[in-house]
Ligand binder design. Structure first.
Ligand code: ADP
Length: 519
């Protein structure tokens, strides 16, 4: 191995950009991160500045290399994990975005989604893309940009614009897309996992779908070419890190986390607790079409072989703690929530449904809004904070029940018992939350040593391509448990709490969905 023993993983998340240098044992050498400002132009609209995203990514990459004291010449490859679905459209000639990025949480395209749903396109879209019609995915966000930014549609028709999710946007810039004069052909690629979240990609045929592009009115010339998750995506411009480094791994953050958790066999399941919460169940070579409003998605594609997953997404998890901190200002920092919750024995009947941006799986109710129920004169900050944490666990139970039902319908995931959940993400550091999760789910919760599984997954992909990691089996051997949380709650108590949650959910759902979308 010519001394190239390290991988630089770039993890561009919703609330922060991080970079971590890993060695060939998957051990982090150093990391750097920056919080990403959120832009809220209107209710239920969320944007990011794409230029800031790129600058932060570059800055954290450089800082992590400096902290690790690893010369760029010893970096075998770069891997990228990214917030998914978030949509950037930029000019090919200047590399300049035409608008802020529209973030996955943004709900401005709810009316268009409603129109498509009413027109009866839902079944066809689910059959091809594995997705449920919702503003969450990129397609309607691209259409919105083309229809609302002056001149954009004409420029797109003329082939002057490029679309990308954040992986493609970073890749374009890493391969010198910001200096079009210097680099005539920056890379315009994405990987199969990111493509599978656009609502324009046929996950069975593994190609952009012409009819879907026509339906959403998205010119196909804007779309990046889709490669495997471990592939040759391009080489970073040498002035960025001091030497040119191949970019050989890309995956959406949840898929990367699933790889970082070594969920390589059918039936393995991981749940990530960051801004949102995402549960992913490996279903192997079979794309399981959910009967319970879960998503079918691509877990990874290696050597042209696709591994599928069932996924449930909750839009707001750690974001509730951010709201309590920045909006209500009743806590100073998210980790404070642990002691507040532990200090009381229950919420005293307070239930929070954090449907700030609608409800995700299994409700898919874009128009629902949040609520706090059961308040009394002695309700305190602790009760509200604890209710915010508990909501994550109840929503997880919603997802697991739906997945269990799907798995039972499918022969290929027979040995699936769903009795162990591998957890990660910033919120998984909250021990009280993890115990309550085990209690409410009635499953064992395993937390690994490396909680930065998203970055690790990106590193694994990049390292697989350049031979630093020999195989998935070798990666499996690196996973190590740090803590286990065993269910200890009496069934009666569990059921009573969960019933109170279900009643609260029924009260926040928008009228249009109350009767149709019961999970
Ligand atoms: P993302 O990758 O989505 O940006 P992270 O995995 O970094 O998110 O997790 C950060 C989120 O987790 C924030 O929303 C924060 O409020 C929440 N969080 C972090 N630590 C804790 C904790 N100890 N208890 C509860 N929530 C936490």
């Amino acid at each position: 191995m010519s001394g190239k023993d390290f991988i630089l993983a770039l993890d561009q998340g919703t609330t922060s950009s991080r970079a971590i240098v890993f060695d060939r044992d998957g051990v982090a050498q150093a990391s750097a991160g920056r919080e990403l400002p959120q832009i809220f132009p209107a209710a239920a609209e969320v944007e990011h500045d794409p230029v800031q995203i790129w600058q932060d990514t570059l800055a954290t990459g450089r800082k992590a290399l400096a902290k690790a004291k690893v010369p760029a010449g010893q970096i075998a490859a770069i891997g990228i994990a990214n917030q998914r679905e978030t949509t950037v459209v930029w000019r090919r000639d200047t590399g300049q975005p035409i608008h802020n990025a529209i973030v996955w949480q943004d709900r401005r395209t709810a009316p268009l989604c409603e129109t498509l749903r009413k027109a009866g396109h839902g079944a066809m879209i689910q059959a091809r893309t594995g997705l449920i019609i919702d503003p969450y995915f990129s397609a309607t966000k691209i259409a919105w940009l083309l229809d609302n930014v002056q001149g954009a549609r004409a420029a797109a028709e003329a082939g002057e614009l490029a679309f990308g999710t954040i992986d493609s946007w970073l890749l374009w810039n890493l391969t010198d897309g910001a200096n079009p004069g210097l680099s005539p052909s920056p890379s315009h690629y994405t990987d199969a996992t990111n493509a599978s979240r656009t609502m324009l990609f046929d996950i069975h045929r593994q190609c952009w779908d012409r009819e879907l592009c026509a339906l959403f009115n998205v010119p196909m010339n804007m779309l990046p070419e889709v490669l495997d998750s471990a592939d040759d995506f391009g080489v970073s411009a040498s002035e960025l890190f001091g030497t040119a480094i191949p970019i050989t791994g890309m995956a959406g953050d949840q898929q990367a986390a699933s790889l970082g958790q070594a969920c390589f066999t059918p039936g393995m399941i991981k749940s990530t607790y960051g801004t949102g919460c995402f549960v992913m169940l490996n279903t192997g070579a079979k794309a399981v079409t959910s009967q319970n409003r879960m998503l079918t998605t691509i877990a990874y594609r290696l050597d042209g072989q696709t591994t599928y997953a069932l996924e449930g997404s909750i839009f707001v998890a750690g974001a509730t703690m951010q709201w309590l901190r920045d909006g209500l200002k009743i806590i100073d920092a998210a980790p404070e929530s642990e002691n507040l919750a532990r200090a009381i024995t229950s919420t005293n009947g307070v239930v929070m449904v954090p449907a700030f941006t609608g409800l995700g799986a299994p409700y898919w109710d874009a128009d629902a809004r949040g609520g706090i129920f059961g308040l009394t004169r002695d309700s305190s900050i602790a009760h509200i904070v604890r209710a915010g944490l508990e909501a994550v666990c109840y929503q997880n139970r919603d997802l697991l029940l739906a997945m269990q039902a799907d798995a039972q319908n499918v022969g290929t995931v027979q040995d699936l018992s769903l009795d162990v959940l591998r957890v990660d993400g910033g919120m998984a550091e909250n021990n009280w939350l993890m115990q309550f999760l085990a209690d409410i789910l009635d499953v064992t919760v395993d937390r690994p040593h490396v909680i930065e599984t998203t970055a690790l997954g990106a590193a694994y992909l990049a390292g697989l391509q350049v031979g630093l990691f020999p195989s998935l089996e070798a990666i499996t051997g690196q996973w190590q448990r740090e803590a286990t949380f065993t269910p200890a709650m009496a069934p009666d108590q569990r059921n009573a709490l969960y019933t109170a949650w279900q009643e609260a959910v029924a009260r926040v759902r928008s009228d249009a969905h109350k009767s149709v979308n019961t999970p």
